[in-house]
Design a protein around this ligand. Structure first.
Ligand code: SF4
Length: 59
């Protein structure tokens, strides 16, 4: 399992990055980028996104 950002939906609001307890998200070129080495998959960022751009992805 991992998290992915749908870059078509992401508006770069940064709401996910503000809430991430692991400091795993940065906004780069107007899009959220998740550092999967830091992410602990708590899912806090998913409802935080006003654009519904963050999703779990089964691997
Ligand atoms: S799932 Fe949790 S740790 Fe991972 S990027 Fe989202 S808020 Fe951060």
């Amino acid at each position: 399992m991992k998290l992915i950002v749908d870059t078509d939906k992401c508006q770069g609001s940064g709401e996910c990055a503000k809430l991430c307890p692991m400091d795993a998200i940065v906004i780069t070129a107007g899009k959220a980028v998740i550092n999967l080495d830091k992410c602990d998959l708590d899912g806090i960022c998913i409802p935080a996104c006003p654009s519904q751009a963050i999703h779990f992805l089964e691997e």
